[in-house]
Design a protein around this ligand. Structure first.
Ligand code: SAM
Length: 313
């Protein structure tokens, strides 16, 4: 199958494809389709041969009548199922990085370290079909595993994984002055920043991810000499579970009171109707919209520092 077709998921599943088998939002796994194989889980036995020829997104049934969905291995889903060899970036940070690094099809991007390849997968999709991501890690086995993953996800024509100590040696000189964007997820990014600056085209953008503010301060000091527009962001994704339910009791104003429901004890507000004017009404027997932060919501991951290479005077 030609690589550009393989990257498109507007097609039917073929023998040899990677699919994400979705049981529930927190139970998914990547499976390579093989005509003669089966998948067994708590819902029964699924024959891969039944999957071939079905569009991505199909619901498929086991011999016992249980079902799963066969989803396309998008970077968003890959990030949720990949094997964690390191800490990884998640999609809230990843989408911000791709946007603020201004990565578009055709871009040339440098990354270090590769880690588990979570970010790299999204970078590869963003530069496709004509760009390329060169990603470096000094850990040989991680580089090997990352290459295997890019083979599985069909991204190997868009990504090259190199083994190199980027903090010690910098990026290879071959990239000097031709790179659109650089991304660093390293313990001491300030050591790699001078080399990153040499690699970027005029106006190119760098991003460094660091979990601690002390790392951000040190990187920003180094950035100051060759970069401009230095900005640090923290992306906090707050997911709410929202349901309509009945509260047993709800007193007081403006969500300052607590009631109980299947959600437990919660601050509550009832939906206003057009006749109700500006005050919240209380009527414990009528349904209301109730929300609470999801228990799965992640907190702090790290700070993203962006900077643009200063134009030569
Ligand atoms: N951003 C990655 C992802 O989303 O999967 C995770 C990167 S992981 C936290 C950091 C990686 O940097 C590790 O794999 C580590 O081996 C690599 N690393 C640390 N120091 C390095 C150095 N001096 N040169 C190259 N890679 C380095």
């Amino acid at each position: 199958i030609d690589p550009s077709k393989k990257l498109s998921f507007r097609r039917c599943i073929s023998d040899g494809d990677l699919v994400i088998v979705y049981e529930r939002h927190d139970t998914m796994k990547a499976v390579k389709v093989s005509e003669s194989s089966t998948l067994q889980n708590r819902f029964g036995v699924f024959k891969h041969s039944d999957w071939i020829g079905k569009p991505f997104g199909s619901k498929v049934f086991s011999s016992k009548g249980g079902f799963v969905y066969l989803l396309a291995p998008t970077p968003e889903l890959w990030t949720l199922v990949l094997s964690h060899r390191t800490q990884i970036l998640y999609i809230a940070d990843i989408s911000f990085v791709v946007m603020y690094l201004e990565i578009v099809p055709g871009c040339l991007v440098l990354e270090s370290g590769t880690g588990s390849g979570s970010l790299t997968t999204s970078l590869a999709r963003a530069v496709a079909p004509t760009g390329h991501v060169y990603t470096f890690d000094f850990h040989e086995q991680r580089a090997v595993s990352a290459r295997e993953d890019f083979d599985r996800t069909g991204l190997n024509s868009l990504v090259t994984v190199g083994v190199r100590d980027i903090q010690g040696e910098g990026f290879p000189d071959d990239f000097t002055g031709v790179v659109d964007s650089v991304f660093l997820d390293l313990p001491q990014p300030w050591l790699a920043i001078p080399s990153a600056g040499k690699m970027l085209k005029q106006d190119g953008v760098l991003c460094s991810f660091s979990p601690c503010i002390e790392q951000v301060q040190r990187s920003s000091e180094t950035l100051g000499s060759h970069f401009t527009d230095i900005r640090t962001f923290e992306v906090l994704l707050r997911t709410y579970e929202v349901r309509e339910g009945k509260m047993e009791s709800c007193q007081g104003d403006e969500g300052s009171s607590f009631g109980s429901s299947s959600f437990g004890s919660l601050p509550c507000k009832r939906r206003q109707t057009s006749n109700e004017g500006s005050n919240w009404q209380e009527n414990p027997s009528s349904p209301m919209i109730i929300a609470r932060p999801s228990v799965e919501a992640r907190g702090h991951t790290g700070y993203l520092t962006f900077a643009r290479l200063k134009c030569a005077a």
